[in-house]
Design a protein. Structure first.
Length: 185
């Protein structure tokens, strides 16, 4: 049995040794990968800015897709033009103005908030506010009204006042002979 026990110890030492070497290798590889991680180059910055601008422009050929998302030939050409203009140092506003001059304001994914489109941007807010005002006035009027039972009592009082007034008018017009016949008393 002794040879079996010594073989078990040797196997345990071997497993421990291999696991330590494996752990050391993982640490070394991860350290090397961190030091050689790619750094953002000027090309990456340009590409990122190009995509940001391309997302703000609508593809004139594709329905509902931005220039960044479209795979059409025209969208690729527009991305190339954007990239050239970004590398030339033009601002985002200048690049967007270039495409608006070429394709019209519909090329923008978000229309400008001026002129007629300003009215379109503010219209939903105005409609919601007017709706809230109407609901508030309706609720206020309903809560300020007298309850139904008191309205009936008020109408009965008004009815008897009307009867007295009619009786007085009938006496004036028809004379004293109509005195007791109109009121029913």
């Amino acid at each position: 049995m002794k040879p079996l026990a010594s073989q078990g110890r040797q196997l345990a030492r071997l497993v421990r040794s291999l696991s330590l070497r494996l752990a050391l290798a993982v640490v070394v590889i991860s350290c090397l990968s961190m030091t050689t991680a790619p750094r953002a180059s000027a090309q990456d910055v340009y590409a990122e800015k190009t995509l940001d601008i391309a997302r703000k422009l609508q593809c004139p050929v594709c329905a509902g897709q931005s220039v960044a998302d479209s795979t059409s030939q025209l969208a690729r050409q527009m991305r190339d033009i954007i990239d050239q203009k970004v590398q030339a140092g033009e601002s985002e506003e200048q690049i967007i103005d270039f495409f608006v001059a070429r394709y019209g304001p519909s090329v923008m994914t978000e229309p400008p908030k001026s002129g007629f489109s300003l009215a379109l941007w503010t219209m939903p807010v105005i409609v919601v506010l007017l709706g809230a005002l109407v609901v508030t006035l309706f609720v206020r009027e309903r809560t300020l009204r007298t309850p139904r039972t008191s309205r009936l009592a008020t109408s009965e009082i008004a009815s008897s006042d009307d009867d007295d007034e009619l009786e007085t008018i009938a006496r004036d017009v028809l004379g004293p002979r109509a005195g007791g016949t109109v009121s029913g008393s």
